[in-house]
Design a protein around this ligand. Structure first.
Ligand SMILES: C[S@@+](CC[C@H](N)C(=O)[O-])C[C@H]1O[C@@H](n2cnc3c(N)ncnc32)[C@H](O)[C@@H]1O
Length: 264
């Protein structure tokens, strides 16, 4: 697949940039420093994809067509939380840790982001062997694969983005795990009842998810919501409470908040 690469001079600090890109659900970018010490932002657009709105009045320094392998960073294996290793090299053979073989492709979810790491941390804590789990907004499928490796009996991974669905399917195969992956706008294509729902998306999207999540859960189900910028935490918590979800735990890293809730 061809991407359009656009290069900008990075004019704001990195944290602010990450927040803005993340809020727009835009994950294909890289930051680098040139020889002069200027920080450059490279963004990669698929055909028909529009530029994140805040960049529309930034000056474009350079523009070219490229393919993902031109710009995808080669990652080393790394432990994203204790005893969970993400292995893009597919060479790690340790059996004392949960190893997730992962190629990020063009989807979000390398395990480097704190929102993913907090989700994994809470999966380790709250998932019980034999649970039925749904991962809403699966990206690379990282959370779904971890859930299966933690002992879930059935795992469904859904994403609204066709590319993410393809990447997640590849990663599921690479890990030889039994995880069902399909395209779905939130829970629109999801039937059945789940013991645990995990979703690392954005606060606004969680509000929509909360409208429907009771349909696929029971009184004791656990709901892990990640990807919430701290300024929007109250909004999500209020909606969750209205829908009968009680807070069990929260964790914050930098500006990112993850909430764990239960219905009773
Ligand atoms: C931040 S990524 C999370 C990826 C991975 N689960 C992780 O934790 O690293 C959010 C994902 O949600 C997907 N997404 C956004 N809106 C969605 C929707 N309405 N329904 C399903 N997936 C959605 C995006 O395509 C993206 O892959």
């Amino acid at each position: 697949m061809r991407f359009k690469e656009l290069v900008f001079l990075l004019k704001i600090d990195e944290e602010e940039l990450l927040e803005k890109l993340y809020e727009e659900g835009f994950f294909n970018f890289a930051i680098e420093e040139n020889k002069e010490g200027d920080r450059l932002l490279r963004v990669y657009l698929r055909e028909g994809e529009t530029l994140p709105s805040f960049l529309s009045n930034w000056k474009i320094l350079d523009e070219r067509l490229t393919t993902p392998k031109d710009w995808m960073v080669e990652l080393e294996p790394f432990e994203i939380v204790e005893d969970v290793v993400v292995d893009p090299t597919e060479k790690v053979t340790r059996t004392d840790k949960i190893v997730v073989k992962l190629s990020p492709g063009v989807a979000f979810g390398t395990g480097l982001h704190p929102t993913t790491q907090m989700s994994v941390l809470f999966l380790k804590k709250y998932l019980k062997k034999g649970d039925r789990v749904v991962d809403v907004g699966c990206g690379t499928g990282i959370l779904a694969i971890v859930a299966k490796k933690l002992g879930a009996s059935y795992v469904l991974a859904v994403d609204v983005d066709e590319q993410a669905v393809e990447v997640a399917k590849e990663n599921v195969q690479k890990n030889s795990v039994d995880v069902t992956v399909k395209r779905s706008d939130l829970l629109s294509e999801v039937e059945g009842v789940f013991d645990l729902v995990v979703s690392n998306i954005l606060a606004e999207i969680h509000l929509r998810l909360l409208e429907d999540v009771s349909r696929v859960t029971h009184e004791k189900s656990i709901l892990i919501l990640s990807g919430i910028v701290d300024t929007k935490e109250d909004m999500v918590r209020e909606k969750a409470q209205k829908k009968g979800w009680n807070l069990l735990e929260r964790k914050q890293e930098r500006e990112w908040v993850t909430l764990v809730m239960k219905r009773s």
